[in-house]
Ligand binder design. Structure first.
Ligand code: ATP
Ligand code: ZN
Length: 298
């Protein structure tokens, strides 16, 4: 195992995951100086550096010890982890945290006019995909024999070109499938961006930075969809209002000088809608404020 005194995180150089991954690290208080070739970012606030690479290279870099962590789609991690685990010289990989962005699914899609009732209908087909391992696992789990056609891109046009009968590809809105006269028939993996790392954390100083980073990350993730609700209310209405707070929030109640009213505040998980606010107002609340929560340290 390599020893280094700075933690290295691999992240996509340019693509869907780049901006949200950088934003997440910024929320964790990390600032970087970018190298001239834009491949390396030096951490200025913590001994944590970034390597900017293609997303497909991230699991391998972690397994080899070139990077300690990576921001990568679960789809890419799951596709590669099994194969990498077979090499005893490489470290086993783990999904350390799900990050709540980059949501998509790996699905089977067939031409609109094709019949599909169950996985058995795929028997004997040629299925185009960039995820041969995940597709083979799924086919085996369903006892289906089909041939897997590996394509690195433009998988969705394979059926029209006649190079495959159906496909297994990433879907988010479904727009690309519809534009290619395909319909989604089965989901083989629900994916989102994850923080990937080795199954065993580094035993040297990097382990401490990893812990610190995870604590901050958890603080950011925990409040990602939460809001701070503040309001004033007559003391007798507090119980009724507390019941109307979204997400079973437990409010703090503070007396207001020289008044029978109290100030109430609560961190609410999930959306706080106008309906919530109007219901609380009807129950006696005034001066309602809803604020975004940026960080939380429990
Ligand atoms: P690279 O040049 O780094 O190899 P890429 O083209 O493989 O880039 P992107 O298209 O940027 O990668 O996708 C990165 C990740 O974003 C995917 O692996 C997946 O986890 C996630 N993602 C979310 N929605 C979609 C979608 N609709 N299509 C493809 N990927 C998606
Ligand atoms: Zn890629």
């Amino acid at each position: 195992m390599t020893t280094r005194d700075r933690l290295r995180i691999a992240m996509q150089k340019s693509g869907r995951l780049t901006e949200p991954s950088q934003a997440l690290l910024a929320q964790c208080g990390l600032k970087f100086r970018v190298s001239r070739d834009k491949l390396f970012c030096y951490g200025e606030t913590l001994p944590v550096d970034l390597l900017l690479v293609r997303d497909d290279d991230i699991p391998g870099m972690i397994a080899q010890g070139v990077a300690d962590l990576g921001f990568v789609g679960r789809n890419v991690l799951a596709e590669q982890a099994g194969e990498l685990a077979r090499d005893p010289a490489l470290a086993p990989l783990a999904e350390i945290r799900a990050l709540g962005f980059g949501g998509c699914r790996l699905s089977i899609a067939v031409p609109n006019e094709d019949r599909y009732e169950s996985p058995a209908d795929l028997a004997g087909q040629r299925i185009a995909t960039s995820y041969p391992n995940l597709l083979r696992q799924w086919l085996a789990a369903h006892g289906v024999e089909a041939s897997v056609v590996m394509l690195n891109g433009s998988v969705e046009i394979a059926p029209r070109l006649g190079t495959a009968d159906s496909i297994c590809d990433l879907v988010s809105s479904g727009g690309t499938l519809a534009a290619n006269q395909l319909r989604e028939v089965a989901t083989i993996l629900q994916s989102e961006a994850v923080l990937a790392g080795t199954a065993t954390p580094p035993a040297d100083a990097r382990g401490e930075f990893l812990d610190l980073l995870l604590r901050r990350l958890d603080g950011v993730l925990a409040v990602k969809d939460s809001k701070l609700v503040m309001l004033h209310a007559p003391r007798h209405a507090v119980e009724a209002i507390a019941r109307l707070l979204p997400g079973d929030a437990r409010p703090s109640v503070m007396p207001l000088e020289g008044s029978d009213d109290v100030a109430l505040q609560a961190v609410c998980l999930g959306a706080v809608t106008w309906n919530h606010l109007e219901a609380m107002k009807a129950a006696g609340a005034r001066s309602l404020l809803v604020l975004p929560v940026e960080k939380m340290l429990a």
